[in-house]
Design a protein around this ligand. Sequence first.
Ligand code: GUN
Ligand code: ZN
Length: 498
Amino acid sequence: MRDHFEIRDADGAGRIGRLDVPRAGRTVETPALLPVINPNMLTIEPSRLESEFGVDILITNSYIIRQTESLRQQALNDGLHELLNFDGAVMTDSGSFQLSEYGDIDVTTEEILKFQHEIGSDIGTPVDIPTPPDVSREQAQSDLEITEQALADAESLDLGEMLINAPVQGSTYPDLREEAGRHAAATDLDVFPIGAVVPMMNNYRYDDLVHTVAAAKRGLSVDCPVHLFGAGHPMMLALAVALGCDLFDSAAYALYARAGRYLTVSGTQQLDDLDYFPCSCPICVTHTPEEIRQQNDDERERLLAEHNLHVTFEELRRIKQAIRSGNLLELVDRRARGHPSMYDGYRALLDHADQLEREDPVSKGTFFYTSPESARRPEVLRHHERLDRLSTPDRLLLTEAGAPGSDEYDAAWRVVPPFGPFPRELSESYPFTAAVPDRPDRGGQIAAAEGVRRLVETNPNTEFTLAVEAWHADAIEEIPDRVTVESMKDVREGFGTE
Ligand code: GUN
Ligand code: ZN
């Protein structure tokens, strides 16, 4: 059990947790978003982040502070919290990102971690190597060895109560990411950022992002708090939380504001293209897009940054409530409709339904079938995998309708897309309380047929009859030949059901 992190609630692989940050004397609720503060360029004052946005943890760059003489002196004399005028928890990065952008930095893990400790950081970061996507396997491997050495160097230092990040690298090689996750989790370091994903997000490669995070998570243990380094666009937060990421950092709110860009949960808009604001944050209810366009550069940037941050925190609250209500995957499904690359990300997430299933609570709020992708959700997979636990009688009718009043069968089970067959007594149990459409789609019918096939294969001594409304030929195709398939009409006429 890791000392500093406690999981309170879960949905999919997503969770609400508490990260104890002893040096700050704070417990941070996760999922949390850490605004990135560039100490040279304060778009929004950190004290305002705390009082107006409820921010209790932020991230800044210790390398920039160390390289800037005035900041360095002030941080050493007065401390980081005083420098930033912020009372909450402060995480510091190491300069690794500068390393990946500019190729070289002149500081070691020992030097930068001691500096972070000296200026009063609450969570420090060693010098990892952010290996970009698609490099050769040899490079990914040799970079990873350097990162793992940096973790060992960090482990050997005595830095009091400061928590320490153990970044997970490995480029786009899932086995290396998994190995890196396993290695990091075996250290006694505290927080586990998944690194070098910014280039994937910049190129809208959300499917690759999902496979990368899923691989790292397989190596990390469930109780590791996971940070997705450089991720903070509101459109992707639900997806990343559903994969089991707990911490995010957003430079996007400020960088996009500088470029005149307005964040929404379904993508980014140019301020210049907007006639109306779709948002009700304090900025959007008191200004029109035209009024913001009229402002001078600094003021326009500040107003956009504030909106960007409001919309991001609003989404984070929505995500947390979705975890509590058990409908996080419905939210991810909704976000997948906002942008084709998010749709790719959602479909990639469902490629890992087995991995999500291992952490998904066995019972939660009503399952809503909201798209063909719902058929691939972990709850459906779980039902299919547990069908072999049910015992079947000699002659079993599987029917989409009510029970027939006939003694031709020993029992009549319901069959509901996407789940497939289940005994009538389970109708009031999760997930069969699902709200499903009256017009099931092909994907839902195929998933239900898959359930029928599994039940039939594990019960060779049972005689099965399947009675369904006109199912898609691809679903009927799935049904083993030995099952008698009847249309609902015949069943109704034969037995006067309902
Ligand atoms: N910020 C964004 N990506 C990274 C990364 O991979 N490592 C570090 N240290 N900081 C980052
Ligand atoms: Zn707004």
